[in-house]
Design a binder for this molecule. Structure first.
Ligand SMILES: NC(=O)c1ccc[n+]([C@@H]2O[C@H](COP(=O)([O-])OP(=O)(O)OC[C@H]3O[C@@H](n4cnc5c(N)ncnc54)[C@H](O)[C@@H]3O)[C@@H](O)[C@H]2O)c1
Length: 325
């Protein structure tokens, strides 16, 4: 069991949505935190004003990564190009998501760190045959993003098997919550829906809205991540991080209309090429048994908290691509 209190902990991508929530939790645990982020989608204002070190730079910079990793005991590797960027520019995605991960792992091996925790994605399951999806079910890679996230994950497992580097991966399923900035053009569907409702506009659903996802509240995702990074039982393992609850995008829109109290009906537009996943809900038994982790925040409660956070936040209009589901 790794003790975070007093440990030197690096969070790559720590200025992003999940990363910044993770940083806050790690600081609360008493860890000495360093963030490495190139501020591609991350923002300094996501982070506390003080109490940690910030290094602005890319995980693609091997010399920088070697130096920063060497000064730490535990690495949370959350830096990544997202699915929209990846679909537009697979080379950029490859360089960060695979090349950057390899840099982190090589540096971690050299520095003999205690653990590398890798944030993977349930996008590696594509359109699965069976639901809920287990970690060892067949994978189906439908996007360059899924390929690169799995590539990083495979490198983590290969470094564990080949060199004994202590690695663990978590596969997140549609994480949402405070800190997911709707002004970020790659923000997920929930932030975009809330923003539309605040402006009295109908939330726009791509396709018929019967596509499903397993929406995970960020505090639950962060708790699972910390447990996976510190547990001895998680060495060399991969864990689904979701809720086990399947929700239609139509239902999501209906809950948000209720929570915000805005009297509109959702609108529908054509589905996009990145919307090629019809259904997704994951089995979280493995994390429950090995890590004693269970998600605690229901969708309705999580959406209420997200709406409150977004209401209090100064509005910054989003530009660019529409909601990602
Ligand atoms: N949010 C989700 O629903 C979800 C689902 C599955 C997997 N993930 C994974 O979780 C991690 C965090 O995702 P997020 O939702 O917080 O996204 P995000 O875009 O908010 O965070 C990613 C962070 O990485 C930084 N970054 C990007 N490229 C970098 C580079 N080359 N060098 C250094 N920093 C770089 C960005 O500036 C940003 O701060 C990612 O690895 C992502 O693939 C997220």
């Amino acid at each position: 069991m790794i003790q975070l209190e007093g440990s030197r902990v690096l969070v790559t991508g720590g200025a992003g949505f999940v990363g910044s929530n993770l940083v806050k939790r790690l600081l609360a645990e008493g860890a000495r935190v360093t963030v490495l982020d190139d501020l591609f989608t991350g923002r300094l204002e996501n982070l506390p004003a003080a109490g940690f070190d910030f290094v602005e730079g890319s995980v693609c910079d091997a010399a920088l990564v070697t130096k920063v990793v060497a000064a730490n005991d535990v690495i949370f590797h959350a830096a990544a190009r997202n699915i929209v960027v990846s679909t537009r520019n697979p080379r950029e995605d490859f360089e960060t998501n695979i090349g950057g991960t390899l840099n982190v792992l090589m540096a971690a091996r050299e520095a003999k760190v205690q653990r590398v925790l890798y944030t993977s994605s349930t996008s590696v399951y594509g359109n699965p045959r069976y639901m809920p999806i287990n970690e060892d079910d067949q994978l189906s890679l439908l996007t360059p993003y899924a390929v690169s996230k799995l590539g990083g994950e495979n490198y983590c497992m290969a470094f564990y098997e080949s060199y004994g580097l202590p690695t663990t991966a978590v596969r997140y399923s549609n994480v949402y919550g405070p800190g997911q900035d709707p002004a970020n053009p790659y923000c997920g569907v929930i932030g975009k829906f809330i923003e539309s409702l605040f402006e009295g506009r109908p939330p726009v659903i791509h396709g018929d809205g019967n596509q499903t996802r397993d929406f995970t509240y960020v505090d639950d995702a962060v708790a699972a991540t910390v447990m996976a990074a510190t547990s001895d039982r998680a060495l060399g393992e991969v864990f689904n991080v979701g809720t086990g609850v399947e929700t239609r995008v139509n239902e999501l829109a209906a809950i948000l209309i209720k929570v915000t109290g805005v009297d509109v009906q959702p609108a529908h537009s054509d589905r996009r090429d990145i919307d090629n996943i019809r259904r997704r809900v994951v089995n979280i038994e493995k994390a429950r048994r090995a890590l004693r982790w269970v998600p605690e925040v229901t969708l309705e409660k999580g959406l209420q908290r997200t709406v409150e956070w977004q209401r209090e936040k100064p509005s910054r209009r989003a530009a660019g691509p529409q909601a990602k589901v």
